[in-house]
Write a protein that binds this ligand. Structure first.
Ligand SMILES: *Cc1c(COP(=O)(O)O)cnc(C)c1O
Length: 393
């Protein structure tokens, strides 16, 4: 595929596997096996069946009537919020656990920030009866207590990361340390299209079901397979990559990726990676990340925990650099307002991550016949407290 990964693990200048030598055997095993396993008929059958009967796929493509009237185009929501566990993350969790089982692994580890990826992973481990350990920053465990309880109820062990800022990056370090110590029996599930090759490609493939379905659904509903615009929010970039995947080679389709500007791109409290970042290495791949002049990672900020990440996946860095996709950003305030609008015009309370993508509609101009597909990456139940505080309900 023109915009896909090459056989060395790169997307143009980005990607690769920048890992400590002690992780080499783990990553190398994955690299050698992942394509063979996920193309196996038995794997495909089990993956498809679980997506259908357990997750509830295909997720609907819903023409948002009142949004369409407001913005003067046909606005469609790809309803990943209706998936079991409430977001797109379950697609990847299922794919990676089925892969891990076929690699003979007996134990799953994961890192989580807000807890959404941890919950998806704990869910599928329960389904498959596999031991699950989730690393989470101590600060995040306090901020996201309900998700910690969920993971425990599902039978996972949640281990606090107590070093550094006690957040996602520290949890990632702890998970990597665990994996180095347990290379034979353990698989490490990364939750987005980030990390060393083959993770970005593997996760994109598992999430590509989103655009595969959307293309078919568009054809059924509009008589045309290709929309004018495809939009999604970007943290690490997995829902966006899944939403873009099968449209990448259709050059006429405009791809719009929405990052979190936090309190404003220039406020010092932002996660707008393409605006603020430079090329460098983050979590095992060459990409674009927010860093100081001497290369230290800058602590990002966004009101939405899922977008609060200092980098983007390497494929996004490539699509940005070659201008195949447009990268824009939306502030906390703009996102929360869009979340309210979506709730009251469509009866759908979106995740605050998702609300960033919706907010960008305000800044676009459309022709009346334009078809616009937005990935509704997740539901807003987890964000109710934040909405309540902001709007004083
Ligand atoms: C985790 C999450 C995101 C951000 O992650 P990506 O890998 O960029 O998709 C976006 N929306 C929701 C609902 C999430 O849970």
């Amino acid at each position: 595929m023109k915009y896909g990964v090459n056989d060395k693990g790169y997307y143009g200048d980005f990607g690769g596997a920048y890992i400590p030598e002690m992780l080499y055997p783990n990553v190398e095993e994955l690299r050698e096996q992942y394509l063979k396993i996920i193309h196996d008929a038995d794997f495909i059958a089990e993956f498809d069946q679980l997506l259908k009967d357990y997750v509830g796929r295909p997720s609907p493509l819903y023409r948002a009537k009142r949004f369409s009237e407001k913005y003067g185009a046909n606005i469609f929501f790809k309803r990943e919020d209706l998936n079991h566990t409430g977001s797109h993350k379950i697609n990847n969790a299922i794919g990676q656990i089925l892969l891990a089982i076929r690699l003979g692994k007996k134990r799953i580890i994961a890192e989580t920030g807000a807890g959404q990826h941890g919950v998806a992973t704990a869910t599928v481990c329960a389904l498959k009866g596999i031991e699950c350990v989730v690393y989470m920053g101590e600060v995040d465990m306090e901020r996201q207590a309900p998700n910690v309880s969920r993971m425990k109820m599902l039978g996972a062990k949640v281990v606090p990361a107590k070093s550094g800022s006690k957040t996602l990056k520290d949890a990632t370090n702890e998970a990597l340390r665990d994996w180095i110590g347990n290379p034979v029996d353990t698989h490490y599930i990364i939750g987005s299209v980030v990390g060393p090759y083959p993770y970005p490609d593997m996760v994109a493939r598992f999430q590509s079901i989103i655009s595969l379905e959307a293309k078919k659904q568009l054809l059924e509903q509009t008589g045309k397979e290709l929309p004018e615009y495809v939009m999604a929010c970007v943290g690490g970039g997995s829902n966006a990559m899944g939403m873009f995947y099968h449209f990448l080679n259709d050059e006429k389709v405009n791809l719009v990726a929405v990052e979190a500007a936090g309190k404003g791109v220039d406020s010092g409290h932002s996660a707008a990676t393409t605006f603020l970042g430079r090329e460098g290495v983050l979590h095992g791949s060459r990409t674009i990340l927010m860093q100081t002049d001497d290369g230290q990672v800058v602590e990002p900020y966004s009101i939405s925990a899922g977008l609060d990440y200092p980098g983007i996946g390497p494929q996004h860095a490539h699509l940005y650099k070659i201008n195949r996709a447009q990268y824009v950003s939306i502030t906390d305030d703009e996102a929360l307002q869009a979340g309210l609008l979506c709730s009251q015009l469509e009866g759908i309370i979106p995740a605050i991550e998702t609300a960033h993508a919706l907010a960008y509609l305000e800044k676009m101009t459309f022709k009346p016949d334009d078809n616009v597909v937005i990935c509704l990456s997740g539901r807003g139940d987890k964000d109710l407290d934040t909405y309540i505080k902001y709007f004083n309900f």
